[in-house]
Design a protein. Structure first.
Ligand code: NDP
Length: 450
């Protein structure tokens, strides 16, 4: 575990534990930020005096609701829906929806808390929130997905609006689900309010590059970090965990920059292919057939090895991009990465590396890019989608990608400069947390006690 907290922060953390009992992922996310804030409040006692940290740790609003729907067999199903509107000091609440059986309040609160800081780092006018449901989309027909999304929106719509709260996708929520959600919002409100959801289809208000943005953005960020330390993706062996939206487009950008992605995964197993993952086939299996990574391995034949034992992190690599889910790299996995010669880890997913694993990596000198900075390209491009919707315009792929690349470079510079300013060069965790916190805290001070 990390070192003791600053004496001003310790009681704040104790109170977070007491008020949010059992929400372990939320505790972990808060602790990671508080670990970075000791130096900040030493320089800026005004934040502690105005109790800004306590306020930042308490969501502005938490909504929990029943989502009843009827499956194809005619059976009534009941799920639980969530939307945590965490902080709107910088703009409307903004953050994705996750549909996964592991979802409960603690997961949504950890994601919403992270989102507040991530969104600040983009430099764009967006607050932070997150939502979702314990609904499991796996194995459900299109019509079941549609009925679920409609029922979910029947409650959620009253809390949304382009100036209020703007959801997007996350695990289990892609273009298909955003379409059904937007359709139901449009029907209930009788308004074509494009800016109320992002991740829309290109023909009906979506932005070029949104689908690719989180994966591409992560790779841009890690590329900056590698170059800042005399390395690059060119010629490197890379592991990308997961095979969903973030993973697929991270793989695409790594290949464009001259690296080779030699392994990826899903929750059933992982595939290793030393000559490089065949991205076209992976997209066909995952995006079109909605199949498993084992099917990809079967179609590739002897060039690919599929494994369900051990861990993807046991495969030696130069760069690791965890892009599946939270806490997927533990201390033991981190030791494998160090032993295998890994020189950089960039978080495509939210909080995929446990605190113990971060310590193993950074103690060994592995460069580390925290998710709230490295994977901010998705929400940044969502904010660009909102800009296009507001001006009833649509930009080209090249222009939008150029904006994304500039944003990722500026996030990297901001984190690196803040780390330097606090006397911890290269510590991008501290750089990201301190820089984002100061921006949100200053806005909260300016807006008064609200
Ligand atoms: P998807 O649902 O598209 O893909 C998730 C992928 O991760 C799937 O391949 C899934 O496999 C796999 N996965 C889930 N759990 C595990 C596990 N325990 N072990 C191995 N693989 C697993 O989600 P996204 O790609 O959108 O999101 C991935 C991560 O990135 C999440 O942490 C999300 O919060 C974060 N993120 C996403 C953004 C976005 O724009 N989409 C923006 C910023 C962060 P299976 O199919 O078997 O479940």
């Amino acid at each position: 575990m990390s070192a003791a907290l600053n004496p001003t922060l310790e009681p704040i953390y104790e109170e977070v534990l007491r008020r949010n009992a059992g929400e372990t992922e939320f505790h972990q996310a808060v602790r990671e930020v508080l670990d970075s804030l000791g130096a900040v409040i030493a320089r800026h006692p005004e934040y502690a005096d105005a109790r800004v940290i306590e306020r930042i740790c308490e969501p502005e609003r938490q909504i929990i609701f029943r989502v009843p729907w009827v499956d194809d067999a005619g059976t009534v199903q009941i799920n639980r829906g969530f939307r945590v509107e965490f902080n709107s000091a910088l703009g409307p609440f903004k953050g994705g929806l996750r549909f996964h059986p592991s979802v409960y309040l603690g997961i949504i609160k950890f994601l919403g808390f992270e989102q507040v800081f991530k969104n600040a780092l983009t430099g764009l006018p967006i607050g932070g929130g997150k939502g979702g449901s314990d609904f499991d989309p796996k194995g459900r027909s299109d019509l079941e997905i549609m009925r679920f999304c409609q029922s979910f929106m029947n409650e959620l719509y009253r809390h949304l609006g382009e100036y209020t709260d703007v959801p997007a996708g996350d695990i289990g929520v892609g273009g298909r689900e955003i379409g059904y959600l937007f359709g139901q919002y449009k029907r209930i409100t009788n308004r074509y309010e494009s800016g109320v959801l992002t991740g829309k289809g290109l023909g009906w208000g979506g932005s070029q590059v949104r689908k690719e943005a989180t994966g591409y953005g992560t790779v841009y960020f890690v590329d900056e970090m590698l170059r800042g330390n005399g390395h690059s993706f060119d010629g490197s062996k890379v592991i990308v965990s997961g095979s969903g939206n973030v993973a697929i487009y991270a793989i695409e950008k790594v290949h464009e920059l001259g690296g080779t992605v030699i392994a990826c995964s899903d929750s059933s197993g992982y595939v290793v292919e030393e000559t490089g993952i065949d991205l076209n086939l992976l997209k066909e299996v995952k995006e079109v057939r909605r199949g498993r990574i084992s099917e990809y391995a079967e179609l590739r034949g002897s060039s690919a090895r599929y494994a369900t034992e051990g861990s993807i992190w046991q495969v030696p690599c130069d760069v690791a991009l965890p892009s599946a889910t939270q806490n997927e790299i533990n201390a033991e996995d981190a030791q494998f990465l160090v032993k295998g010669g890994c020189r950089a880890v960039g978080e495509g997913a939210n909080m995929p590396t446990t605190p113990e694993a971060v310590k193993v990596l950074t103690d060994a000198g592995v460069l580390f890019a925290p998710g709230k900075a490295a994977n901010a390209g998705g929400v940044a491009t969502s904010a660009l989608e909102m800009q296009q919707n507001a001006s009833r315009d649509s930009w080209t792929f090249d222009y939008t990608e150029q904006r994304l690349a500039e944003i990722m470079r500026s996030i990297y510079d901001r984190c690196a400069e803040t780390a330097d300013a606090y006397g911890t060069p290269g510590n991008l965790v501290l750089g990201a947390n301190a820089s984002a916190f100061i921006q949100v805290a200053d806005a909260m001070l300016a807006l008064g006690v609200v």
